[in-house]
Design a protein around this ligand. Structure first.
Ligand code: ACK
Length: 930
């Protein structure tokens, strides 16, 4: 729209509008200017001043106006309308007639100056007529009116006087108008500029600051210049409508409902973006619909959005102690593209009432744990054999404001595999002599399981690794003897768990002490010198010998170890020889067992009672070997020949075996009494008692590790065609490293030798396969049955198989198809393996080789051990008098109700998985007493 910025004229004096006479001061008062009232062209009476003394020379007629207030003006305009007679038109005037008059002004604060000296007036101009008239025809008067305008700067006083000087013209001042100019009030760029009086000079510009119109704010200081002619010039800056308002007709108008304007600089109001609305006028932002949100950084022009839904298809791939987590983006992104993921890692802690605790800071996330843009993370440095939960949160810019940040997540639980321990980080020297170094170290940062052993590798620094020695210890320290004096040795230590050896530590160098002998010098007795020299010689010889022997020994042990491994890899070559096939049992014993000199045996204490007498622990110092701990079984005095043969037959059998999971025979004492069988010492005694003592203290993987050892030993025995016949947890021995070894090789000959013996009293009914009970069909397959029972014993921490049922009931139950239920927390796969071992048909049972493979597979994939079927069980409660319906119940509930009491005399509780229901129903029938 065009705004007219025409000047405004403010009148200070207009003779036409003055009512009545003007009564200006004329000088001379008579004969000069005269006030004459006439009618103007519209017949309105006006006052004029006239003078016409053209015939008289030297005219000087002054006419002075009244005081005119300046009213703030700085330059005033004087518009004079007048008529002037042309001198030529006047007959008889010569020389005296003029055609101009002079305009003067005089500034003054006094509005009533009665007399002003003519000399104090300042001349404005000499005014001549543009038009003049030659004659006045009174009847038909033609008046040619001149209009002349002059401007005068009046700045010094409050007002001024004007004066007209006539010097001999014939003039009529028809009207005099005095005015000044203003630039009018105007709005430009939403700024209001007030009415402004123009400047004093014709070229002056008055700078004016505008003020913003209602509901607007300054964009840039609004300014304009008021020109002398009353026109606005050069607008600068301006204002903008505030948020919620838009410009219309130079004003700011509120945005209507459904529209918004967020910034003053926005060109106008916009429609509300999707999922938002504005209900009232003047909105600077639209409110989101319920369930939709706007992030702090979201512009108001953006649609309102929602948090994402949960990530999809979260999968985990466990690799030892690392896990790769991958997922697909959420199905609903909420209308945003700023999705990110973060991971929460929780560790299952058995110690804190099975709550999940946040993983420690040592867990590593790649590329990161939070702010992930990718849908794949590798989590490493987890603990081995440990249950973890990972929660993947999907978040976007509005998750926080929506308050739903934590809920949009997917989770996965997993168990890490076994992994070798991390390296030992440092080795400290605790003692040093000329020939020995004592070292100690801390457990690795991440043992990843129970540390079974440390291996210390060392060599002379000069020798590098060309020739090294190995020592193994269960402790975190070692005394290394037999070293050369003043020699630098390099040591590496590594730890071993069930998962194998970890990496060696970095090399640590330690030096033995120097030779303490005094230097040969003055004052040394020659005999002592001789002794010293020869002593040094002998010592050197001894050290050399020790060195050579130790080097040989280390080579031997390494060779032996290699052979052991090789043999273990290629089993089944050797076949077991039954000592009873020897006519002379002593021949067998001397073929398979080493005779030990009793003076090398140091008995320390009694640790138990065996079938033939006491079992003691003690130490054996075999010639040229280091002292070892041993178990010593002795044959009590007063034995018969048969007892002697039976006693020694165990050693003859044991002596044929060489396997890490078979108890090792050190030798026998047959040449003096009492007869003794010396075996390696197993610190933790028999497995059943050991498990009962440590009820619930092992991880499933540790239990499976024990079972694997037993299966490995049994595979070795079966490869050698040896049938054990009395495989039970009580006949498994456990050493300090939790290594389980099969022992007790005495039962085989009992039945063999005495088929008519009352075997039902001696036979371990609960451990024995039905065909072996029924018709003494002892085979590796019947050992497999017993192995299944051992599995059950292990997983139930030494519980008695079939609890307090008597042997006859056990035989009957088995015959009817009943099988032991899964122990509490037993992984489904393990119970299934037990059931496989208890197949009625022995051909259907797995071989030890298959069992071993299966357990190895479980150890490699511990996730498969997670399912315990423990959530809900079908419980059949059978009494001897009545049969009850089964019910679904959890173990916890059973526990709470106190009904799982296997020791209870007349109640048998069987808990099986749902899949086993048919077998269970079958069992129900079987348990009805006859
Ligand atoms: O459960 P234990 O302590 O372990 O009690 C029995 C006891 O002797 C009668 O057999 C223990 N025993 C047998 N052989 C050994 C051995 N080699 N090392 C340690 N203890 C043994 C067994």
């Amino acid at each position: 729209m065009c705004v007219c910025i025409c000047e405004i004229l403010v009148t200070l004096l207009d003779t036409r509008t003055v009512p009545g006479e003007l009564k200006w001061a004329a000088n001379p008062a008579e004969g000069g200017w005269e006030e004459v009232s006439i009618m103007d062209e519209k017949n309105i009476p006006i006052r004029t001043y006239q003078v016409c003394n053209v015939l008289e020379p030297s005219q000087n007629n002054w006419l002075r106006t009244d005081w005119i207030p300046r009213s703030g003006a700085q330059r005033v305009y004087v518009e004079v309308k007048f008529t002037l007679r042309d001198c030529n038109s006047l007959p008889g005037v010569t020389g005296t007639c003029k055609e101009t008059f002079n305009l003067y002004y005089h500034e003054s604060n006094d509005d009533k100056e009665s007399y002003i000296k003519e000399s104090s007036f300042i001349k404005v101009d000499t005014v001549a007529a543009d038009e003049s008239f030659t004659q006045v025809d009174v009847g038909d008067r033609i008046m040619k009116l001149n209009t002349e305008v002059r401007d005068v700067k009046v700045t010094t006083r409050k007002g001024f006087y004007l004066a007209f000087q006539d010097v001999g013209a014939c003039i009529a001042l028809v009207s005099v108008r005095v005015f000044y100019k203003t630039c009018p009030l105007t709005v430009r760029n939403l700024a209001t500029f007030p009415d402004t009086v123009t400047g004093a000079d014709t070229s002056s510009l008055v700078e004016v600051r505008g003020s913003c119109v209602n509901q607007s704010e300054e964009r840039e200081e609004p300014k304009m210049y008021c020109g002398a002619d009353g026109e606005w010039l050069v607008p600068i800056g301006g204002c903008l409508c505030k948020p919620g308002y838009e410009e219309e007709g130079g004003a700011c108008k509120a945005c209507s409902a459904g529209f918004y304007k967020s910034k003053a600089s926005d060109p106008g109001c916009f429609k509300c973006p999707p999922h938002s609305r504005s209900l009232r006028d003047g909105a600077n932002v639209c409110d989101c619909h319920t369930g939709f949100f706007r992030a702090d950084a979201d512009p108001p022009s953006m649609a309102c959005t929602q948090p994402p839904s949960a990530p999809q298809q979260l999968i985990s791939v466990v690799n030892e102690t690392s896990v790769v987590l991958e997922w697909a983006p959420p199905r609903r992104l909420g209308g945003r593209s700023d999705i990110s993921y973060s991971l929460e890692c929780l560790i299952y802690s058995a110690s804190s009432n099975q709550l999940c605790l946040p993983c420690g800071s040592d867990v590593h996330f790649s590329p990161d744990q939070i702010g992930l843009q990718t849908t794949r993370v590798v989590v490493s440095k987890l603990r081995a054999h440990t249950h973890y939960s990972f929660i993947v949160h999907a978040r976007n810019g509005v998750s926080q404001v929506s308050g739903a940040g934590a809920s949009q997540s997917a989770s996965v639980s997993l168990t890490t595999n076994q992994a070798a321990p991390s390296p030992v980080s440092s080795i400290q020297l605790t003692d040093v002599t000329r020939h020995s170094l004592s070292l100690a170290w801390q457990q690795p940062d991440r043992p990843n399981g129970v540390i079974l052993e440390y291996e210390v590798k060392f060599y002379e620094k000069d020798q590098r690794e060309r020739s090294y020695r190995i020592m193994r210890t269960f402790l975190r320290s070692v005394d290394v003897a037999g070293l050369n004096p003043l020699t630098v040795y390099v040591f590496h230590v590594r730890a071993r768990t069930a998962a194998g050896y970890g990496e060696y530590s970095a090399p640590f160098e330690f030096s033995t002490n120097s030779d303490p002998f005094p230097l040969i010098g003055e004052g040394v007795n020659s005999a002592f010198l001789l002794l010293s020299v020869s002593g040094v010689g002998i010592l050197l010889l001894i050290s050399a010998a020790v060195f050579i022997i130790s080097r040989r020994r280390s080579k031997y042990s390494k060779t032996k170890q290699d052979a052991e491994e090789e043999k273990h890899l290629n089993p089944g070559v050797k076949i077991y020889v039954d000592p009873f096939t020897y006519e002379d049992p002593d021949q067998a014993i001397h073929e398979f067992a080493k005779e030990i000199d009793v003076t090398n045996i140091h008995i320390e204490r009694v640790i138990g009672i065996g079938e033939f007498g006491e079992v003691c622990s003690g130490r054996l110092r075999a010639q040229g070997k280091r002292e070892i701990y041993v178990a010593i079984k002795s044959l009590k005095a007063g034995y018969s020949d048969k007892q002697r043969r039976d006693f020694l037959s165990e050693a003859s059998i044991m002596g044929q075996f060489d396997h890490p999971n078979i108890i090792r025979l050190e030798g026998v004492v047959t040449r003096c009494k009492p007869l003794m069988i010396i075996t390696e010492y197993m610190e933790n005694g028999s497995l059943d008692a050991f498990l009962r003592k440590h009820d619930g203290q092992f991880t499933v993987i540790q239990l499976v590790g024990m079972l694997r050892g037993i299966a490995s030993g049994m595979k070795y025995l079966s490869d050698m065609s040896y049938v054990h016949r009395d495989l039970a947890a009580r006949n498994i021995l456990v050493n300090s490293n939790l290594v389980c070894k099969v022992s007790d090789f005495g039962l085989s000959r009992v039945l063999e030798d005495d088929p008519e013996a009352a075997y039902t009293t001696r036979i371990p009914i609960r451990w024995t396969a039905p065909e072996a009970i029924s018709y003494r069909k002892f085979t590796t397959a019947s050992d497999v049955w017993s192995y299944g029972i051992v599995m059950w014993e292990v997983v139930s921490y030494g519980e008695r198989p079939y609890w307090d049922m008597n042997n006859q009931d056990v035989i009957k139950a088995i015959e009817e198809g009943y099988r032991l239920p899964a122990p509490m927390d037993c992984p489904v796969v393990l119970h299934q393996l037990m059931l496989d071992c208890w197949e009625r048909e022995r051909a259907d049972r797995p071989s030890f080789s298959q069992i071993l493979n299966m357990l190895d597979k479980l150890i490699r994939n511990p996730g498969t051990l997670r399912r315990t079927g423990g959530e809900r069980y079908i419980i059949h409660i059978n009494t001897y008098r009545c049969k009850q319906a089964y019910t679904e119940i959890t173990l916890q509930e059973m526990d709470r109700l106190g009904i799982i009491t296997p020791s209870h005399q007349d109640i048998l509780i069987a808990s099986v998985q749902q899949e086993m229901l048919s077998q269970m129903q079958h069992m129900q029938h079987s348990m009805v007493p006859v």
